[in-house]
Design a protein around this ligand. Sequence first.
Ligand code: MLT
Length: 394
Amino acid sequence: MRLNSHFLELKDSYLFKRIAQQVNEYKTENPDAEILRLGIGDVTRPLVPAVISAMEKAVLEMGGAATFRGYDDAGTGYGFLRSAVSKYYADKGVTVGEDEIIVSDGAKSDLGNILDIFADDSVALIPDPVYPAYVDTNVMNGSRIIYMNGSEVNGFLPTPDKSVTADVIYLCSPNNPTGAVYTKAQLQLWVDYANETGAVILFDAAYEAFVTDKSLPTSIFEIGGARTCAIEICSLSKLAGFTGVRCGYTIVPAELKSADGISLLALWKRRQTTKFNGVSYITQRGAEAVFSAAGLAQCRENIAYYLGNAKIIGDALSGLGIGYRGGENSPYIWFTVPGGDSWAYFGRLLRERNIVGTPGAGFGSNGEGYMRLTAFGSRENTEKAAARLKTQSG
Ligand code: MLT
């Protein structure tokens, strides 16, 4: 056999697996420690009532011969869900056709799988720091990666450098890990650059529901010209707490074509219907309910709860004189670590405060010197973590 040698170029383990392993080792040695997990951005609020009742109804339908469903024929999501997503965008003032929405089991899968439709020797332009799945999937694929620097100088929101060209550009806003959010004017620079250079933007909108500042965009398709250069990838994990349910969607505009006129929507549908058999009917009914008026109102209560947690963490850091970003339009708090070594600080927080965070260096070399905490915990644990942070001695 011959292996994909690009896998050997990866770090030993995925960032969040490495953290989980270190936390488990610590827990084995200190079984009585009450560990507060503010590391991986996993939700803790239960599914909202509108979703539960829709899924219960769908389960009963699956138990009756007349209402049972097998494969989703289209393979790209049931019409009822694609129509609900299209309406969600229409309510933001963005027109997205139902046929341009392809339902999946989440943003992470789509972000990795979409590389199938691009050339093996594609050049990927990826911010640093960044959600590590973008980098790892490109390494697996053998793509050439060019990093664009996020820093205090640009507020961790790099804008195009016209001397650099790439095939695929990754943008995540609100950003994971920094919580920074692009303005419409900044996204316009990216859209213009992508249209001029023939690149495609992969816009990760997984955290769009956390944007509270109405002047900030929540979709790349709010930007003029985006339909000829951008793909939006989104998830219900953070909007509706679907991390354990699994549902997301990717929007590929019909106008998006390669230089020789090939439709990316057609290629993506071809890829998905060949390699993926769709998301369960029960899940899709639950997802549809997320976008109902009641479902959205209930989900927004959970988002307000998480943003309340973010404020508690932010206030604790401010009280210590530690500057931070994020937390207002994002569930992530990004702050400068005392001492500057983020893995060392991770270890100290774990041992001395029993708090798990995510070291900034895990998101790229520009993340060194920073730490990410998530606001997705319970209120009780967040308050405990804030109290423990306040006892920090350095
Ligand atoms: C994170 O902690 O960055 C996210 O939870 C990871 C993810 O959504 O896959």
